[in-house]
Design a protein around this ligand. Structure first.
Ligand SMILES: [Zn+2]
Length: 317
């Protein structure tokens, strides 16, 4: 039996929200974000991922629309919207029982490990892909939850906040942070993703060590934006502290299996490990003394100081 637009409009206007400290705005803000991402073509399958785009635009609406002193934690509505019966969670392998038992998950990292994506009732998803019903549902949300913000919504829908964060980070060549800047998990997640995506782009999606570039048709690639000096210790997201590395060589670099000297050549000490590689593969030792791939934009060459710190830490002299 079909439920129709009227049914979901009623649901959107009567979300089950926490009222202990005033009306909690989390659920309507998340739904606005989903509508926004559908409008931008960033959600075109019935799979809502806890992506940097979702999180950054959630924060965008939060800062524009919320005036109460609630804390902007995207994990809360992403989990609790299941109580409204049209939003469902697809567990990651190993978390099926926890999701089915509705074990509460309250933090972004925990939710990202337990849940692959959220999905909507098929009928609601179809309504969100239709511009007219999308506009109607957006209007319902605004009227029910943020009636005084009706004039601002069109402006907010115009831009992608994650793109703005990435661009402003690029314009400043990255950033360093203080401990107190890093208290908000949603923000850390967005900043982290913006750093990584920028570094990968600077190296043209190529591993600095083995130069491999593999990009799938849907834009995924096997290269990470790695830190030379670990973020947990140095809080340094300047691009000069970044290197694009494939998964294998990211892991090897983080474990000190190789370093990079002042001429950007690969340093591998003798007898650090043994390796066997099939004929066509070069393993790690085969790259000794080769120059690493460098960013085309020379302003963002890896920092000598950082690379020296890394060699000394791992005894790669
Ligand atoms: Zn590599």
């Amino acid at each position: 039996m079909t439920k129709g637009l009227t049914y979901y409009a009623k649901k959107f206007a009567n979300l089950r929200v926490d009222k202990a400290r005033g009306t909690a705005p989390h659920k309507p803000i998340l739904l606005l974000t989903v509508l926004d991402l559908c409008e931008k073509g960033l959600i075109s399958r019935n799979e809502v991922y806890l992506s940097p785009e979702l999180t950054a635009n959630f924060l965008k609406f939060w800062h524009q629309f919320v005036s109460s002193d609630h804390h902007s934690n995207i994990a809360l509505p992403f989990f609790h919207l299941t109580g409204d019966k049209f939003w469902h969670l697809m567990p990651n392998p190993g978390f099926e029982a926890a999701i089915q038992a509705k074990v509460k998950i309250r933090t972004l990292p925990a939710l990202r490990s337990a849940v692959k994506y959220a999905y909507l009732d098929g009928e609601l998803f179809a309504l969100l892909q239709n511009p007219q019903s999308r506009t109607e549902l957006t209007t319902i949300l605004i009227q029910a939850w943020f009636p005084e913000k009706g004039n601002e919504i069109a402006e907010s829908f115009k831009y992608d906040e994650f793109e703005s964060v990435q661009q402003s980070l690029f314009d400043s060549g990255g950033a360093t942070y203080k401990v107190e800047d890093l208290r908000d998990e949603d923000r850390i997640f967005v900043r982290n993703a913006a750093f990584r995506r920028n570094v990968v782009k600077l190296y043209d999606q190529r591993c600095a060590f083995c130069k491999t570039r593999v990009v799938s048709w849907d834009g995924l690639n096997i290269v990470d934006g790695a830190h030379i000096q670990p973020f947990s210790e140095f809080r340094d997201d300047r691009f000069v502290n970044g290197l694009a590395l494939c998964k294998n060589h990211h892991w090897a670099f983080d474990h000190g299996w190789f370093g990079v000297d002042d001429d950007y050549r690969i340093v591998i000490p003798q007898e650090r490990f043994m390796e066997e590689a099939p004929v066509q593969s070069r393993g790690i030792m085969g790259f000794k003394e080769e120059q690493i791939e460098l960013p085309k934009d020379r302003r963002f060459m890896p920092s000598m100081e950082g690379l020296k710190w890394h060699r000394e830490k791992w005894g790669l002299i």
